[in-house]
Design a protein around this ligand. Structure first.
Ligand SMILES: C[S@@+](CC[C@H](N)C(=O)[O-])C[C@H]1O[C@@H](n2cnc3c(N)ncnc32)[C@H](O)[C@@H]1O
Length: 209
């Protein structure tokens, strides 16, 4: 989405709202048209994503994410970053947990190509977050930044007492009734903490043992 003709402050909360609504509406899996729309959108955006979206957001882009990362209590050995895009979160995780094994997945070939070129030391793979190609309980930490969460599937690959961190750049401005409904859906998987940070929001789920 172009930042030239619509102010980011208007677009970004709407995008985060759509992510939360999508996760409530498509709890059983994303429809095929969504996959095609996503592939089309990011094929054109991938090359400019870091320069336009991330750089344009400045420190605001990751304010909630950074705050959520500080709230983690796991010392993860295996980490999965879903909807990794160009690898923005995966490289932060690598810096924070240099000993951990990090896997990072995304639906868009174009975004993954950018990520793999920038961070060859991370293992990137194409996967739909609704159908992750990993065994049950195989990660200590699962992260998602700025994408529609597929909570049941992310929870499936998380080990008991493991943590799931979900953060949004503008989530703090999502209407409260949507947020409350979304948080209720997360509660079924474990203990949930959440906080607004600047314009953003993070949600930390610790899976029940
Ligand atoms: C807004 S970008 C965020 C990228 C990255 N997490 C970041 O914060 O910079 C959203 C990403 O989610 C990916 N995505 C959307 N739906 C997905 C799905 N069902 N499974 C995997 N990736 C998906 C898109 O291809 C895109 O790369």
């Amino acid at each position: 989405m172009s930042q030239r003709w619509l102010p980011q402050r208007m677009i970004s909360p709407l995008i985060d709202l759509s992510y939360m609504l999508m996760s409530l509406l498509f709890a059983a899996g994303f429809p095929r048209w969504y996959e095609r729309l996503n592939a089309w959108h990011y094929r054109y955006q991938a090359e400019h994503y870091d320069g336009h979206v991330i750089a344009f957001g400045g420190t605001r882009y990751a304010q909630a994410l950074e705050s959520g990362l500080q709230a983690l209590s796991v010392q993860p050995k295996r980490i999965l970053d879903v909807n990794t895009g160009t690898g923005f979160v995966a490289q932060k995780l690598l810096a924070l947990f240099p000993e951990a094994q990090i896997a990072a997945t995304d639906l868009s070939h174009a975004m993954l190509a950018q990520a793999q070129r920038r961070f060859p030391q991370i293992e990137f793979a194409r996967a739909d977050t609704a159908k992750l190609p990993f065994a049950d309980e195989s990660f200590d930490l699962v992260t998602l930044h700025n994408g529609p969460p597929h909570l049941a599937e992310m929870n499936r690959v998380l080990r008991p007492n493991g943590q799931m961190l979900i953060a949004y750049t503008s989530g703090a401005r999502v209407p409260r009734f949507v947020l409350r409904r979304w948080l209720r859906s997360a509660h079924q998987f474990g203990r949930v903490e959440w906080r607004c940070s600047g314009d953003g929001l993070w949600v930390l789920l610790t899976k029940s043992s």
